[in-house]
Design a protein around this ligand. Sequence first.
Ligand SMILES: C=C(CC[C@@H](C)[C@H]1CC[C@H]2C3=CC[C@H]4[C@H](C)[C@@H](O)CC[C@]4(C)[C@H]3CC[C@]12C)C(C)C
Ligand SMILES: C[S@@+](CC[C@H](N)C(=O)[O-])C[C@H]1O[C@@H](n2cnc3c(N)ncnc32)[C@H](O)[C@@H]1O
Length: 363
Amino acid sequence: MEPATMAWTLAAAGFALVYWFVWVMGAAEVQGKRAVDLQMGSIADDKVGDRYSQYWSFFRSPKETAAAATADKVPAFVDTFYNLVTDIYEWGWGQSFHFSPSLPGRSHREATRVHEERVADLLEARPGKRLLDVGCGVGGPMRAIAAHSGSDVVGITINEYQVNRARSHNRKAGLDAQCEVVCGNFMAMPFPDASFDGAYSIEATCHAPRLQDVYGEVFRVLKPGGLYVSYEWVTTPLYRADDPEHVEAIHGIERGDALPGLRRQDEIAAVAKEVGFEVVKELDLALPPALPWWTRLKMGRLSYWRNSLVIRALTLLRVAPKGVSEVHEMLYETAHHLTRGGETGIFTPMHMVLLRKPATAAE
Ligand SMILES: C=C(CC[C@@H](C)[C@H]1CC[C@H]2C3=CC[C@H]4[C@H](C)[C@@H](O)CC[C@]4(C)[C@H]3CC[C@]12C)C(C)C
Ligand SMILES: C[S@@+](CC[C@H](N)C(=O)[O-])C[C@H]1O[C@@H](n2cnc3c(N)ncnc32)[C@H](O)[C@@H]1O
């Protein structure tokens, strides 16, 4: 082959390979987010590195958890975290930022949907009801619940970038008449007392330094008799504080997920009662016969490797902002700690509580 032909052939093959990697394979969960669209939330490209260091400065030393950070700084810290991870989550996981038990013969997307629809069913949601989504992310659960039940849903998130993403997804799904998104702190919500028929939180209240602050707010905005379902991240009774492997996994989960300190399973119902709720039901949805929620993380080793390569290439080409690789690396490590937490049974991301505001509670 002529050297010139050889050079052209190699260039074409190289281009095809990059195209395949970035556009075809790169978008692991293809849900409207492509690798070339990765941003760092509302952080300017040249500030990503700074914000990432700022994120880590919340942990005084690598061994400490964010409990070191004072409670009033936590919402800003969580906001920074979601600026850093929201696009990577959407790109590599989808529009629902939570886990779900695996379902035999069903896809991850179906399992996610079933886990979300369970919330709507527990809340007895139906047309005409107004629900609150506490910590709504980019609104994957909100759209599933609105579509499944016919209810109206108002979501709240601390992160402005997520508000814009959620609103855009709601419009595209034709659900913007039913779904509304507000930027705010779920520990001081901008809603009047007794303004919702029901409420739910999916893997979100773990970001609150004091669970009382968020449960108290949900209690306030619910109508008397209203139901609240929460999927909580907690350590289980199998966790041993004197086992270094357990401590490493739990600290790893806290550091990689912007958590001010994981709670114990038995604390949840106690806090719910303290703020005035009746506990209707409490169940760890990860317990057998449920199939493992963490297999989705484990099976993705090849995807992680591919994603990491795509991100490095895009950073080199200056298509993705500098710093994305570090954030991606942090998530990769977090996935390992979450998997260990699941395999050892010391951690669950789906301790479900169904709570009721007593019908007699004063409005
Ligand atoms: C509830 C929370 C978030 C839970 C999960 C949605 C996310 C926890 C860890 C995340 C991920 C880890 C590895 C990433 C991978 C390296 C990348 O290539 C693609 C995205 C990941 C799979 C990413 C996706 C979301 C998570 C599973 C917390 C924050 C309270
Ligand atoms: C892991 S995401 C889960 C999102 C959504 N529930 C889902 O399952 O897709 C946690 C969410 O809680 C929100 N959050 C955390 N702390 C918050 C706070 N203080 N006020 C409002 N939202 C908060 C985050 O912004 C994010 O949207």
